[in-house]
Ligand binder design. Sequence first.
Ligand SMILES: NC(=O)c1ccc[n+]([C@@H]2O[C@H](COP(=O)([O-])OP(=O)(O)OC[C@H]3O[C@@H](n4cnc5c(N)ncnc54)[C@H](O)[C@@H]3O)[C@@H](O)[C@H]2O)c1
Length: 356
Amino acid sequence: MNPYRVLVAGLGKRGLHHATFFKANPRFELIGISSRDTARLQGALGKLGNVPSSGDARALACSERPDVFCFCTPPNARLGMIKIGIECGAKLIAFEKPVALTSAELFDIRDELHQAGVKAVVSHQHRYGAHYRAVKRVIASGALGRVHTVYGTATGWMTHMLSHLIDYTCWFNNYAPATWVMAQGAGRSKFADSHPSPDYIGGFVQFANGVRAVYECGAGAPDQPEVAKWWGKNRIGAQGVEGFAEVLTNGGWRAVTKSGGFQGGEGAMNYDLDMPPYIQEIADWLDDDRKAHSCNFENASQGAEITLALQRSAAEGGQVALPLSSAADEPAMLRAGVPDRPVLVSCDQNRKEFGL
Ligand SMILES: NC(=O)c1ccc[n+]([C@@H]2O[C@H](COP(=O)([O-])OP(=O)(O)OC[C@H]3O[C@@H](n4cnc5c(N)ncnc54)[C@H](O)[C@@H]3O)[C@@H](O)[C@H]2O)c1
């Protein structure tokens, strides 16, 4: 079987990861790379070898016509790149979280992909970690009894981390649909960041199957003293009537259940281990429509809608019903709605990371 031809646009940290792991998998052929930044393009060519390259992603994609169009750009570049992927005739578009900064853009991306009938995947690849999979296994085994709550906390700020927390907890809850959310936000220092966010957001989600989710992201989120790496201080888990199971992104996993007592193990987020299965599932899905990728766009889109609903609630107060019935610019709503008072932190390290 001929390898699938891949073009990667955006060659920062994640673009290089994707290009490297596509190149390493024999089911793919890296046929082009693109960056607007000449120094990054030259640096990538030095690492990846002789590959057709251009500063113009659209021109390269339309001339090379890849099977997979992959882009790894900052969150403010999404819809335009999706349109390039569709225009160049790709069968699958692979891109980075967060799916979109606004619900207006999310709906446009969704419409474009559906109309074109193009598959898409979003890189929530932490889930391939052995510790994430161990937690999922315990939950799916039924050992927690009736699961009533899923939860996720991260000290990293919202637009970096909330998408991950929501995707993995929705996975734990078998992607049951959400029916409403309610949230609060605090602190304005990260509105100017490339991943614009309130410094702290906390919120609840009601799922149609009765499960409650609780999320916290940013300066007010709790420390995880067991974890040294600040970006790895994420605790994601599920509680049921007969126990709990949770993962720490850089601190292994643990579970206590009525039937199994205490269980746990090591694990830390590792691109070298998490990217290969993410890339392999792209080939599997292209081979067979029935083998939907674990990080398929439909799942990611559901998580994005929850993320954006939480932002609306934090901006305007009250509960927000899901699915969203109208498009909006949630970052603008947050800038208008979050009080102009400094965030209160949960630990000294958060004070430093938020420049307080
Ligand atoms: N899944 C994960 O574990 C993970 C980890 C880190 C970052 N990310 C996400 O990956 C994305 C990229 O992050 P990064 O750390 O690689 O960023 P980066 O800043 O290192 O690289 C971004 C690249 O995009 C290019 N670019 C910028 N604006 C562009 C535009 N408008 N059009 C085309 N190219 C443009 C830049 O020149 C650069 O090559 C972000 O959305 C980030 O949230 C995901």
